[in-house]
Design a protein around this ligand. Structure first.
Ligand code: PLP
Length: 363
C-alpha cells in the first residue's frame, strides 16, 4: 500500500480494512456479510449499539445529546440544518472562513435569512476572525461555523463559547467533517455537530449528526420526514434503512481508535504529524503555507512550491515514491497533504523526506 494523502474519501487504518475483509463473507458465525443483514436483526443492532456507544465515549458526548447516523453527506446538512433548526425564527448567522462555510451559507439562503457575522474572504480565507469581532444578528436560530476548512487548511483551535460575547443563548452549529475525532472537543459548547464520515470515520455514505435534545422537534413542515432530526432520533436512526455497511466500518474505526488510547492519544500524534510538516515547510524557501500559524489545520496542509512550473514534476515523482493524492484543490492550487487519523507519523516523515530531496534536486 501507498501513503494516501487524499482529502476524502480518505485512508482508513489498515487493520480495520483487514478485519472487514476477514469478516466479509461470514460475520461472527452468522453465515452472512454485514451488507446482507437486515438493519433490524439482532446482529446488526449489536453492531449499531456498539458503534453508537463507542462514538459517545470517544467524544465524551453528554447524555442530553443524541447521535444520529444519517445519509446525504455534509452538503445535505447545509439544507437540513436550517430546515430542522429555524423553528419560528427568520434567520441564522454564519462565520465564513473558507470554501465549505461559504457553500453552507449559500445553501441556507434558500431556507432563511442569512447574516454573515464575520468573513475572512477578503484576506483569502487564511485565518479565523476573533470572536470579539463576530457581529451576530438580533435573534438568530443558530450560529454556523466550519471548524476545519478542508480546502483552505484553516482550523478553529477552540470550541466557540458564545457566553464570552454575551450571546450564550444562541446554539452553535459546526461542520466538523474533516477533523471530528482528531482532537478533543467540548460537545456542550455546540447545539449541533455534523460531518460526513469519509475522512476520519469510515466510508462515504454515512453522516454523523450530534444534536442537543432541546433542539429536536423544530423541523419545518416541508422537511422530508427521513431528515427530520426528531424522527430520526426517536427511531434510533432506523426510521429508514441506515447505511448499514458504512456504520459497521465506522464502528471498527471507533474500536481501533479506542484501542489506540482514544481521542486524547491520537490528538498528540496529530499534533506531532502537523508540526513535522509545517516546521519543514516554514524553514524552507522552496515551499510555502499561507495560513495564519495560529489557525493552521492539523488535518489538511495546503502548500505551494515557490516555482509553480515544478508542480507536475512534484506530483509525478511523489506518486512514484508511493505518496499519492497530493494535488491541491482546484480553487486553491498548489499541493495539499491531508493527514487524518489513519495517516501514521511514518507517512508524514516519508513526505518530508521526499520534499527535502525534491528541493535539493530542483532548488
Ligand atoms: N464540509 C466539509 C468541511 C468537507 O470537508 C466536505 C468534504 O467533502 C463537505 C462539507 C462535503 O461533504 P459531502 O461531500 O459529504 O456532502
Amino acid at each position: 500500500r501507498v501513503f494516501n494523502f487524499s482529502p476524502g474519501p480518505a485512508a482508513l487504518p489498515e487493520s480495520v480494512l483487514r478485519r472487514a475483509a476477514e469478516e466479509m463473507l461470514d460475520w461472527h458465525g452468522t453465515g452472512v456479510s454485514v451488507m446482507e443483514m437486515s438493519h433490524r436483526s439482532p446482529a446488526f443492532q449489536s453492531i449499531y449499539e456498539q458503534a453508537e456507544a463507542d462514538l459517545r465515549e470517544l467524544l465524551a458526548v453528554p447524555p442530553n445529546y443524541r447521535i444520529l447516523f444519517m445519509q446525504g453527506g455534509a452538503i445535505a446538512e447545509n439544507a437540513l440544518v436550517p430546515m430542522n433548526l429555524l423553528g419560528d425564527k427568520r434567520g441564522a448567522d454564519y462565520i465564513v472562513t473558507g470554501a465549505w462555510s461559504n457553500k453552507s451559507q449559500k445553501e441556507a439562503r434558500r431556507y432563511c435569512e442569512v447574516n454573515i457575522a464575520a468573513s475572512t474572504e477578503a484576506s483569502g480565507f487564511n485565518t479565523v476572525p476573533a470572536m470579539q469581532d463576530w457581529q451576530l444578528s438580533a435573534d438568530p436560530a443558530y450560529l454556523f461555523v466550519c471548524t476545519n476548512e478542508t480546502i483552505d487548511g484553516v482550523e478553529f483551535g477552540f470550541d466557540p463559547d458564545l457566553r464570552e460575547i454575551g450571546r450564550g443563548e444562541v446554539p452553535v452549529v459546526a461542520d466538523v467533517s474533516s477533523h471530528i475525532l482528531s482532537r478533543k472537543v467540548d460537545v456542550s459548547r455546540y447545539g449541533v455537530l455534523f460531518g460526513g464520515a469519509q475522512k476520519n470515520i469510515g466510508p462515504a455514505g454515512l453522516t454523523i449528526v450530534i444534536v442537543r435534545e432541546d433542539l429536536l422537534g423544530r423541523a419545518h413542515k416541508d422537511c422530508p420526514t427521513a431528515f427530520d432530526y426528531k424522527l430520526v432520533a426517536d427511531n434510533n436512526s432506523m426510521y429508514n434503512t441506515p447505511p448499514t455497511y458504512a456504520i459497521y466500518i465506522a464502528g471498527l474505526v471507533f474500536q481501533w481508535l479506542r484501542a489506540h488510547g482514544g481521542v486524547e492519544s491520537i490528538e498528540g500524534i496529530n499534533r506531532e504529524k502537523a508540526a513535522r510538516l509545517y516546521d519543514f515547510i516554514d524553514q524552507s524557501a522552496f515551499y510555502e503555507n499561507r495560513v495564519d500559524p495560529r489557525y493552521r489545520s492539523r488535518m489538511n496542509v495546503p502548500f505551494f512550491l515557490a516555482d509553480e512550473s515544478l508542480n507536475a514534476a512534484f506530483l509525478a515523482q511523489s506518486a512514484a515514491a508511493g505518496l499519492v493524492q497530493l494535488k491541491g484543490h482546484k480553487s486553491v492550487g498548489g499541493m495539499r497533504a491531508s493527514i487524518y487519523n489513519a495517516m501514521p507519523l511514518a507517512g508524514v516523515e516519508a513526505l518530508v523526506d521526499f520534499m527535502r530531496d525534491f528541493e535539493r534536486r530542483n532548488g
